[in-house]
Design a protein around this ligand. Structure first.
Ligand code: ZN
Length: 159
């Protein structure tokens, strides 16, 4: 959005998907009926977002939305995430957070892989592993998701 992504940083195969979601983010805007929300900030890049979730009585995420501003990768990640978690039980969404952040950061020796089919498009973000400065852009929305599900009052920060 407000950031010229270095195309060399993105794998060709997934460039279109990332740019599509960055330019036309899905589920962008406020969610007035939200039951859960959280803010996320990535001071390193200046990415900011607010995530809204609507959970039903059985703790299934029935709607998700986000607003904010950030680089193309942070916006694409939030867009892909809100797509992926809609209709998903909160407990499964938590597992998504572990799988995606573990996979993208490469911090997990056991090697989290993004195996769930509902997360298939998130593999588009896996290329950021090679660019450590970009990993926090990609994981920001997921940290905010965890905060929202835990109803943390402090903004989720990547730092
Ligand atoms: Zn960023």
């Amino acid at each position: 959005m407000n950031d010229a992504v270095d195309m060399a940083e993105l794998r060709d195969l997934y460039r279109e998907l990332i740019l599509d979601h960055a330019r036309n983010p899905r589920h962008f805007g406020k969610l007035p009926a939200a039951t859960h929300s959280a803010e996320g900030i990535n001071p390193l890049c200046g990415d900011k977002l607010k995530l809204y979730l609507q959970l039903d009585d059985s703790s299934t995420i029935t709607r998700a939305a986000f607003e904010g501003s950030g680089c193309a990768i942070s916006v694409a990640s939030a867009s892909l995430m809100t797509d992926a978690i809609t209709g998903v039980p909160a407990a499964s969404a938590e597992q998504f957070v572990d799988a995606v952040t573990g996979s993208l950061s490469g911090s997990d020796e056991a090697g989290h892989e993004i195996n769930d089919e509902r997360l298939a498009k998130l593999r588009a973000l896996a290329g950021v592993r090679e660019f450590p400065a970009r990993v926090k852009c990609a994981t920001l929305a997921w940290h905010a998701l965890r905060s929202a599900l835990h109803q943390d009052s402090q903004p989720a920060s990547t730092e």
